[in-house]
Design a protein around this ligand. Structure first.
Ligand code: URA
Length: 238
């Protein structure tokens, strides 16, 4: 038996704290009865939990490492009929979803999971998960541009946190930078590079926490090993 809010969080409804609020707001039923106090113990295999009238499903937790190609939407459906992550996961019966987002034209490492609790934490800024990107940019960033990227760039939604930056290759026409950040703002790397005068031509995410794309080709995925899941969950305080 587990606490109701924990089971809801594990099923990906929301964070534990948010689930407690849903319970207090009277939006949760267990076996057809309203529950309004968090903490009730439930049996996730037997009890029927509903939030706003929708059943909550508990499935075996599965987490995949996907090499997203560019030209793919990070979503499980697209009203405009473009290729989505779902097109690569048709054989997986569990209801998996991408953790966060890579732009349509960004390629690289994307986690796909049905572990809602893990996904919530990976996306929460508090846990400062490292994300490494290789950006091919126009021109050759000078020392001042690299320093600005390292120390923080002023974007319209505020300063970025300090980043690690390595110059992998530099020429007058284009250069390759490796940037390590732990924030996850919308189009952050593209905006950071553009802000210092070096628009991104190509962007690839190569690492998330300790996970890399090693052994995968574009469009391929693999399931995390039990050891990797354990290490990742433990890194996220689970
Ligand atoms: N930063 C970006 O600009 N785009 C991404 O897809 C990810 C990080």
């Amino acid at each position: 038996m587990e606490r109701l809010q924990k089971v809801m969080a594990m099923a990906g409804v929301a964070s534990r704290r948010q689930c407690e609020n849903l319970i207090r707001e009277g939006r949760v039923k267990v076996n057809g009865e309203w529950v309004t106090a968090p903490g009730m113990k439930v049996d996730p295999r037997k009890d029927v939990i509903e939030v706003d009238g929708e059943p909550v499903f508990l499935e075996e937790k599965r987490t995949f490492l996907f090499y997203k190609p560019s030209g793919v939407i990070t979503s499980m459906s697209d009203p405009r009929g473009r290729k989505t992550v779902a097109d690569f996961f048709r054989d997986i019966p569990e209801r998996v979803f991408p953790v966060g987002r890579l732009d349509y034209d960004t390629e690289g490492l994307l986690l796909v999971t049905n572990d809602g609790e893990l996904a919530n934490r990976l996306l929460h800024p508090r846990f400062e998960v490292e994300k490494v990107y290789v950006a091919t940019v126009r021109g050759k960033p000078d020392k001042a541009a690299i320093r600005t990227l390292r120390e923080g760039v002023r974007l319209e939604d505020g300063m970025t946190a300090p980043a690690k930056v390595r110059v992998l290759e530099a020429s007058d026409s284009r250069s390759r930078l490796e940037l390590t950040i732990h924030e996850g703002r919308n189009r952050q790397v593209r905006r950071m590079c553009a802000a210092v005068g070096h628009p991104v031509i190509h962007l690839k995410r190569t690492r998330l926490a300790f996970l890399t794309l090693s052994g995968l080709r574009r469009g391929e995925y693999r399931e995390l090993t039990p050891q990797e899941v354990k290490r990742l969950r433990s890194r996220m305080g689970l």
